[in-house]
Design a protein around this ligand. Structure first.
Ligand code: ZN
Length: 116
């Protein structure tokens, strides 16, 4: 007995998944505030390597935060498409995005051909 229902995920379920993803990212953002302090550049805080590392840490943290905001925007856009009844269609060609693709990344706006 195999009940196949993988192809049909209701809009409500997508919405719940997207909102769950959104919540995860917001929690991460809340727990990891934007790095605001600049690494001290005037003072010699140890050797150059340590300073370079501090700068790198700072940049990586900023990059992580930036990516999370980008992801939030993608999810918001996906939620909007859901409301407009366009969810699951590629925004470039309008063809349906494969269910496997959506399962992996519900916020993706592109079909497999336009993913890059
Ligand atoms: Zn496409």
């Amino acid at each position: 007995m195999s009940k196949k229902k993988t192809d049909q995920v209701s809009p409500l379920e997508w919405k719940q998944r997207l909102l769950a993803l959104r919540g995860d990212i917001e929690a991460l953002l809340a727990g990891h505030e934007e790095p605001r302090a600049q690494p001290e550049s005037d003072q010699e805080v140890g050797d150059r390597a340590a300073r370079a590392e501090a700068v790198l840490d700072h940049e990586m943290a900023a990059e992580t935060t930036r990516r999370r905001h980008v992801e939030l925007n993608r999810i918001d856009a996906a939620l909007k498409r859901l409301e407009d009844d366009e969810f699951g269609d590629c925004v470039t060609c309008g063809n349906p995005i494969g269910p496997e693709r959506l399962a992996l990344d519900p916020a993706t706006p592109f079909c497999i051909h336009h993913a890059k």
